[in-house]
Every structure is written in C-alpha cells, then in structure tokens.
Design a binder for this molecule. Sequence first.
Ligand SMILES: [Zn+2]
Length: 270
Amino acid sequence: MHTESGLPAYEVIAIKYATRSGARPDHFVGGDPHDVPMPMDYYLWVIRNGERLVLVDTGFNEDMALKRHRTLLRRPVEALKLLGIDTNDVRDIVITHLHNDHVGSFDSFPNAQFHLQDDEMAFATGHHMCCDGFRRAFEVDHVAGMIRLVYKDRVCFHKGDAQIAPGVSVHQIGGHTAGLQVVRVHTARGWVVLASDASHYYEHFEKKRVFSLVYHLGEVLEGYDRLLELATSPRHVIPGHDPLVVQRYRAVSPELQGIAMRLDLNPIAD
Ligand SMILES: [Zn+2]
C-alpha cells in the first residue's frame, strides 16, 4: 500500500517476549516517592509490508532470563514464528543499542544485516566499559559477537540519521547509551516512532523524567523533543518497555492478544 505522499505504508508490530517485576523508584533518576509496583515488559518490533521486512532489535533468550532474573514468555524466534516470520528470511535488523535485552538473540538470524550506530559500537568497546555502571546492561559475548559480524561484512554502520528503506529511517538520540537510535516508520496513520530506550515508559517522555540507567542526561532530555519532532503526534511515539503498549493497541489477531500489537493502527485508548 502506498499513501498520497508516494511513500510505502508499513504494518508495525510490537511483540512482547518477556517481563519482570519492579518498583517505581527503580525506574527514575532520583527514585520516586511512590514505592509501588511498576513492572517492565520487553519487546521487539516488526516493520513489514508486501515487499519488505525490517526487524527492530532481537530480544534475549533463556540465558539472559536466568542470569538477570527476567521472565521469558517466549523466545524471540518463537514469537516471530507466530507472525509467520522465518528467521532465515530476515535480511535487515536495526539494533537500537547493544544492551542485552535488545541484541541478545542476534545469532538466530543467519542472513541478516545489522544496522548499528558508529557511536554505539565505540561506546560498547571503549573506555566507558571500565565503569560497572555503564557496563552492566551489556553482555560481553553479545558485543564480541557483533564485532565478529563486522568482520563478516554483516554490520551496516550509521552516523546519525539514515534511511533503511523508503519510509523507514534511524535517528541517533544517544542519552541512555552513547549510540542509541530510534526508528521512524511511515504508516497509514502517519509517522510512528519506535523510541526503544529513548523512553522506557510513556511517563519518561511525557513528564520529562529520566530512566535510572543513563549515560548522558542532557541527551535523554533533548531526545524527548526529537521524538516528538519525528512523530506525527505524541500518540505516535512508542516507548520501549511500557506494559501500557499492550493495553493501548489492538492485537494482531484474537490468538495473539497480549503478545503482538498493531502500532500502525490508532490506539484503542490513551
Ligand atoms: Zn531495554
């Protein structure tokens, strides 16, 4: 389907593959006066139409769930199968950043090219990794695995903004990590922005609060403005870990209720 602008319109799907419990003070710089539960969901995202398929992030498998005490609901590969996607057919994967929950199952996609920001690889392999606070969400085997893929010509580096396909582009925001990138997608309802960890929850960009794990606080805050510039409206910004995404968007099918949501369709509720 092409819209009046001549750009293709894509289907955009959030797949929930894992979850964990947590409390509000865990998720904000400076904590939070309300010590109440605030669970975190884990997603990967599919962008597709009749001609193309772009995967955004790869999620993690049992190993990370066990090591980091997350509840794996379904392996990312199994989740993709529910949408009829064979991992052998995935050719383009945007890695928003190299944290374990976004890159963990990278080795399940033998034919994919990985789109990564220059600054993210530099960050994950450079002097900042001497600091435990910056290092802890990365997994050295994932980072080393990506370096191996560089040597196989399977990493496509970007510096700032870049087009991945007509109507699909990446934009470096930084902040949470030095090279974090978000993805902007043209859909029938306008420009949807997959914020990933540029905004973990709606509350972060809506109230200009900052998630507790942060590399550059100023870039996080400027990033919120950038998200709103890139998206057709605030309702087009999709946070990276918010359980509300499941409630706000329609399921792909009744069988996939709570698992796969259509982000290219208007939200059911705000
Ligand atoms: Zn994350």
